[in-house]
Design a protein around this ligand. Sequence first.
Ligand code: TNX
Length: 491
Amino acid sequence: MEPLIPQPTSITPGTGTFRLSPEAVIRVNPGSPQSIRIAKALARLLRPATGYDLPVQISGDPAPAGSLVLTIPNQDASLGEEGYELQIEPQLMTLRAYEPHGLFHGIQTIRQLFPPSIEAGNLQAGPWNIDTGLIHDLPHYAWRGVMLDVARHFFKPETVIRLIDLLAAYKFNILHLHLTDDQGWRLMINSWPNLAKIGGSTAIRGDPGGYFTQEEYQAIVEHARACFITVIPEIDLPGHTCAALASYPELNPGGKAPALYTGSEVGFSSLSISEPITQQFLGDVIREVAALTPGPYLHIGGDEAHSTTEQDYRQFIERLQELVLAHGKKPLGWEEIARVELVPEAVVQYWINSEWALKAGLHGNPVVMSPCTKAYMDIKYNEDTPFGQTWTGSYTEIQDAYEWDPSTFLSDLPPEAILGLEAPLWTEEIATPEYLDFMLFPRLCGYAEIGWTPAQKRDWGDYRRRLAGHGDRLTAMGVNYYRSPQISWND
Ligand code: TNX
């Protein structure tokens, strides 16, 4: 069997081989709009390399041998929203789920079970064989996320959409977009257009800026939704706001705007809670961002506000929590927000200081784990990595990124407080889509497994053997990955 990442909950080998037939159909039963859409997505994935038609059918004669059946029999609630069961028999491959989201994960497993050349964009030599067996699979953590910083360097909508496709292939369900920072404001806010027009006009080192129009942003959110990925927008407040302050002089005490910032320092900027216009700004921005967000969360940042007084910081976070709730969303913030009394709905994202994560967790607020020493994808792999950060004091090779557990990383945090993990890619040093790939892959495959596969089923030796088989798969997907010497790559 081809090596799967993330490793499924259980695999029971069968005897014999399934061979995808040139006459194969993809049968959906029952043919709900969601299951038809997912079946069509599977057909689109398999067609270029196989050259087969793979028509999606709702009913008809018995499916020819070598076909696929997708079904939601609605009887195995134990699979939950995201679980699936895949039965591979010589004549037929049958994918069952309780919800469409599980079906969607199942088709990702199907594509990984075919040889890596299935990912090629053009016709490849078959045969398209899969060992028979039964796969029963559901995720360990509900929150399996990746964060992309589009503020320090801007990445175009097509780059984000391609990333969403890659996240879907590895069964992630959250994409957190860090949309604003000192160096750039990347989302058009119609009531404050200069935020994007001026604040989005440049990037670190004076590299090209850019921003998402609301239409472009909605297209990203919709594409993610079709992949069952929730987009979480982050507006980083009250620090990390030089781009906003540079765009509107009236946001600054004294009415003088600072210059646009193209350096890499943090902690020097802050909005002022005592300026009356700041309240209007916060209200407008949160309202427009909430309106663009079908998902339940809105990230308010809250990190490294070193230029905000403690009292102002409290007022900001209290006000932001209220505003986010008033627009029907749950507030999410970096661990520093736990300095302030949190509403029960607030989620805290741990990155470096356990004190605040513990406070939040013990107070009953859920915690998402993004430990900078393990989960930061801007940290260099080793001393030869051409770009990236080293401030955490160590490198993050594939094994470092893989060998940790969100539930035990902070020993005093009750495991039930942990929602899951998120791996951020900060982009001070990352300026091109090619280099983005290099920092993401293959670490991202390991985070996928940490999020999905329970700790007792994870093993570095076994993982590194499976990852070796994903090199040519990533190549076929067009991913420029880091060929770590820790892995004996197959190709
Ligand atoms: C810390 S993590 C930051 C970011 C930087 C990152 C670089 C966090 C909440 N703040 O502003 O981009 O380090 O690794």
